[in-house]
Design a protein around this ligand. Structure first.
Ligand SMILES: Cc1cc2nc3c(=O)[nH]c(=O)nc-3n(C[C@H](O)[C@H](O)[C@H](O)COP(=O)(O)OP(=O)(O)OC[C@H]3O[C@@H](n4cnc5c(N)ncnc54)[C@H](O)[C@@H]3O)c2cc1C
Length: 529
C-alpha cells in the first residue's frame, strides 16, 4: 500500500472546485486522476524534467519498485530530446580528440540499446564521404573507422569502401574514390516517441508521470527529511502540494537554473551548444544517411533520411543562455543553406525548407570553466552531482545513446541513499491497448489518433500531437498546416477533439497554433506563404 497521509484540506477543496469548473474541458478531465495521485502520494523520488534522461531514470526506478513522480514543465520530450539527429552511435567524432574512453562507453551503450530494444533501435549503415579525393586521406579515414569498429568490439558490420553509391548523385562533388560505409544504429520512430516509450508503460497509483506541470516552489524540511513541492497546472487549472524523499534534477539545459531555484550549488555547470537541422524534401535516391566532412573545425554535416524529409545539419554553436538556444534564427538557416550550396547538387532555397528543428546540447564542465572552446572539443560525458546535505542529484550532460547507463547509475546511487524499494513487486509494466489509427494529408501510412494519444499518452495540446506523438509537424510544411494553409481545417478538427467539442476553444487553440507557426517558421524563413 502506498504510504500516504490525508491530503491537506486546502488541496482537497481546490481540487474539488477545479474539477467542477473544468469537467467540461476534456484535457483537464483526463488529467484529473493524475493530479489527485500527485496530491495524496508520498513519492520515493520526484524527477524534474521529462526528456530522455528523466524519462529513462523514471523507467528504471519504477521497474525497481520505487514510487516515482515525473514532472515536466512542458510536454515530455519538448526540450532537446525532440531535436536530435536520432542516431544511436558510438561517438565516432570523439576519436578526433582521442577520447577513446567515451568511444568505448558509447559503443557499449549503443550495443545495449540495439540488443534490448530492437523495436526502437535498428542498425543503420552510414556513408562517410571524405572531403578530398586524396588516396592517403581516404586510407587514414578508413584506418580510423577500423579503430572505431574495434573499440566497439567488432559488434557492428566491418567498415568498407563502396566506390559506387546512389546518393553520389545528390552531391555537388561526387567523390572520386567513393564512400566509406560504417554501421551505427538509429531510432526507428522518432526521438520524442523514444522518450515517451520509457514513460507510458509505468502509470499506477505509485508511479505518476505528469507533463505541463510547473514546480512553483520547493523546500526541504529537515524534520521529516522530505521535499515539499508546490506544483501548478501549466493550463492554470489547479495547483497541489506533493512530497518526495529524493529529488532528481534532469532538466537538461535548465539544470543550473533549477539547482539555483532550490539553493543547490554543484561543482559543475552547463555550456550550451546549439544545434539546428533543416528538414528538406527527400529525393527518391536518398536511402542511407550521408556523413560529409566539413573543412571548418574538422566537423561533419549529415543528410539523414527520415520519412518524407532529409534532415540537413546540425550546426554547432556556443550560446550563452538556454532561452537563446531553442529558437532557430535566420542566420542559422543561412549558414545551413550556404553549406548545402557547397555540398549538395540540388539548389536549395528557403522555399524548399519543410521544417526546422533546434536543440541545445548541454555540455558538462567544471563550475570554474571560463574558456572559449569549440563545443566539439569539450567532453560529452555525463556527470552526476549528489548534494551531500540534502537528498538531491543533478544530471549534467547526457545523450540519447547513453540514457540507459546514466539511468542505471543514478538508480543504484539512489538505492544506496534511500534504501531498497518498499514494494519491489508492485510494478507490472502497463500494456497499452493497440493504437487507434488515423490519417493526415501528406503523411505516408497512418498515425495514432489524437483521441487515443489523449487517453493513453498524456497528449494535451496541438503541438504535443503534431510534433511529438506524430511526426506531422516535421514532415508537412509549416508544422502541418501546409504551404498555403491547405490543412487548416484538418488542424481545426483536431483542436475540436482536444476541446471536447467546444468551437470557441478550438478556434482559440487553432489561432494560437497558427501564431506560433508564423513566429517559428514563416518569420524565420522570411517566406510569405
Ligand atoms: C542538434 C542535436 C543533435 C543531437 N543528436 C544526437 C544523436 O544523434 N544521438 C544522441 O545520442 N544524442 C544526440 N543529441 C544529444 C541529445 O539529444 C541530448 O543530449 C538529450 O536529448 C538531452 O536530454 P535531456 O533529458 O538531458 O534534456 P531535454 O531533452 O532538454 O529535457 C529536459 C526537460 O526538462 C524540462 N524542464 C525544464 N525545466 C524544468 C522544470 N523547472 N521543471 C520540470 N521540468 C523542466 C524541459 O521541459 C525538458 O522536457 C543531439 C543534440 C542536439 C542539440
Amino acid at each position: 500500500m502506498p504510504d500516504t497521509q490525508p491530503p491537506s484540506n486546502r488541496n482537497d477543496m481546490r481540487l474539488a472546485l477545479e474539477a467542477d469548473r473544468h469537467d467540461a474541458n476534456r484535457v483537464s478531465a483526463l488529467r484529473s486522476p493524475a493530479w489527485e495521485k500527485v496530491s495524496r502520494t508520498l513519492f520515493d523520488v520526484a524527477i524534474l524534467g521529462g526528456g530522455v534522461s528523466g524519462a529513462c531514470i523514471y523507467h528504471h526506478l519504477s521497474r525497481r519498485g520505487y514510487r516515482v513522480l515525473l514532472l515536466d514543465k512542458g510536454d515530455f520530450a519538448c526540450g532537446t530530446s525532440q531535436a536530435s539527429g536520432m542516431t544511436i552511435w558510438g561517438g565516432l567524432l570523439y576519436l578526433r580528440n582521442l577520447d577513446l574512453r567515451s568511444v568505448v562507453r558509447l559503443s557499449k551503450d549503443r550495443e545495449g540499446l540495439a540488443r534490448d530494444m530492437p523495436a526502437w533501435v535498428r542498425p543503420q549503415s552510414f556513408r562517410f564521404v571524405p572531403s578530398s579525393d586524396s588516396v592517403w586521406r581516404e586510407r587514414l579515414v578508413h584506418a580510423a573507422l577500423y579503430l572505431y569498429w574495434g573499440l566497439g568490439l567488432f559488434r557492428r558490420r566491418r567498415p568498407r569502401r563502396e566506390p559506387l553509391f546512389e546518393e553520389a548523385a545528390l552531391l555537388a562533388h561526387p567523390p572520386v574514390r567513393g564512400s566509406l560505409v560504417l554501421e551505427e544504429a538509429t531510432l526507428s520512430a522518432s526521438d520524442s516517441r523514444f522518450v515517451l516509450q520509457w514513460i507510458v508503460c509505468h502509470q499506477s497509483e505509485e508511479d505518476v508521470p505528469l507533463n505541463h506541470a510547473v514546480v512553483e516552489e520547493g523546500r526541504f524540511d529537515p524534520r521529516d527529511r522530505l521535499w515539499y513541492l508546490e506544483v501548478g497546472d501549466a493550463f492554470g487549472h489547479r495547483s497541489v502540494t506533493t512530497r518526495a524523499r529524493f529529488l532528481v534534477n534532469a532538466t537538461g539545459a535548465w539544470t543550473d537554473r533549477v539547482n539555483e531555484q532550490f539553493g543547490i550549488r554543484a561543482p559543475y555547470k552547463h555550456i550550451f551548444s546549439k544545434g539546428v537541422y533543416l528538414g528538406l524534401d527527400r529525393p527518391d535516391n536518398h536511402r542511407d544517411p550521408l556523413v560529409l566532412e566539413v573543412e571548418e573545425h574538422r566537423d561533419i554535416i549529415t543528410l539523414m533520411p527520415w520519412g518524407p524529409v532529409s534532415l540537413w545539419g546540425p550546426t554547432e554553436a556556443t550560446v550563452r543562455r538556454a532561452e537563446d538556444g531553442f529558437a532557430v534564427t535566420p542566420e542559422d538557416v543561412d549558414l545551413l543553406l550556404g553549406m548545402a550550396r557547397r555540398k549538395l547538387r540540388r539548389s536549395i532555397t528557403k522555399r524548399d525548407v519543410v521544417s526546422l528543428r533546434c536543440g541545445l546540447r548541454p555540455l558538462a564542465v567544471n563550475r570554474d570553466f571560463g574558456g572559449a572552446r569549440y563545443p566539439l572539443d569539450l567532453s560529452r560525458a555525463y556527470r552526476l552531482w549528489e548534494d551531500p546535505g540534502v537528498p538531491w542529484t543533478a544530471v549534467y550532460g547526457g545523450k540519447l545513446t547513453n540514457c540507459g547507463s546514466l539511468a542505471r547509475e543514478i538508480t543504484a546511487r539512489i538505492a544506496r541513499r534511500i534504501g531498497p524499494a518498499r514494494s519491489p513487486d508492485c510494478d507490472a509494466p502497463r500494456i497499452l491497448p493497440e493504437p487507434e489509427w488515423d490519417h493526415y494529408p501528406g503523411i505516408p501510412g497512418r498515425v495514432p489518433s489524437l483521441d487515443w494519444c489523449m487517453r493513453h499518452e498524456y497528449c494535451c495540446t496541438l503541438e504535443d500531437y503534431l510534433r511529438r506523438r506524430t511526426n506531422i509537424s516535421q514532415w508537412i510544411p509549416r508544422e502541418g498546416l501546409g504551404r498555403a494553409g491547405e490543412n487548416r481545417s484538418r488542424v481545426r478538427q483536431l483542436a475540436l477533439v482536444l476541446s471536447g467539442g467546444s468551437d470557441a476553444e478550438a478556434d482559440r487553440a487553432l489561432g494560437a497554433y497558427e501564431a506560433g507557426v508564423r513566429r517559428r517558421f514563416d518569420d524565420v524563413l522570411g517566406v510569405v506563404q
